[in-house]
Write a protein that binds this ligand. Structure first.
Ligand code: SF4
Ligand code: SF4
Ligand code: SF4
Length: 182
């Protein structure tokens, strides 16, 4: 193989370059590891070593279609044990270890939890499974004008653990990316 060809093969071994050469543009946002700086920093710096995947005590980190790790809350909740972050040798996170005070005030992901119209209670069928899973009592039920108690969220108190997502029999709960997220 010529020197030029060898260099090309070496460059394409870089995951972010492979994606570029395939001409693929991601339109779907993925939930990466908690507190990553942003998607661009993550996908350009992540080597796809998979150390974070094997380190997760909840087994909720999986590979996306391009081989990058993402969180799948349908598999369970995030305990914020930080093992994924500690296992990563790349500078993908924003001051997690050095700026503890900043971290406490910063959301792990730029997302908001929402309950869709697929919710059983919203369709007048009794269900409160999500409330029973939420340790911080973020999800409350009130009758409002319905004969069945209706769920409401106090997003400010949500820890983003995702425990309620797996509990929902209707797959009605999801984290949606904030509008300002690029
Ligand atoms: S440990 Fe870091 S570099 Fe390795 S796959 Fe996870 S995020 Fe990427
Ligand atoms: S678990 Fe799902 S279906 Fe049941 S009340 Fe909560 S959001 Fe609605
Ligand atoms: S993601 Fe938020 S609402 Fe859902 S269980 Fe965790 S703290 Fe409660």
């Amino acid at each position: 193989m010529s020197t030029n060809n060898t260099k090309t093969v070496e460059r394409l071994a870089d995951p972010s370059r492979r994606r570029f050469f395939r001409g693929r543009v991601k339109t779907k946002h993925e939930l990466r590891l908690p507190w990553v700086i942003n998607e661009a920093v993550f996908t350009s710096g992540c080597t796809q070593c998979q150390d974070c995947i094997s380190s997760c005590e909840s087994n909720i980190i999986v590979k996306d279609e391009d081989g990058f790790p993402k969180i799948d809350f349908s598999l369970g909740e995030c305990t914020f044990c930080n093992k994924c972050i500690e296992s990563c040798e790349q500078p993908l996170f924003s001051g997690v270890f050095t700026e503890e005070n900043t971290l406490k005030n910063k959301k792990a992901w730029p997302v908001t939890l929402e309950i869709s119209d697929k919710c059983l209670a919203k369709n007048n069928i009794y269900c409160q499974s999500c409330r029973d899973e939420c340790e911080t009592s973020v999800i409350k039920f009130n009758y409002l004008n319905s004969s069945i108690p209706q769920p409401s969220l106090n997003d400010l108190d949500c820890t983003q653990c995702g425990a309620c997502i797996k509990s929902c029999p209707q797959d009605a709960i999801a984290f949606n990316f904030d509008q300002t997220t690029v």
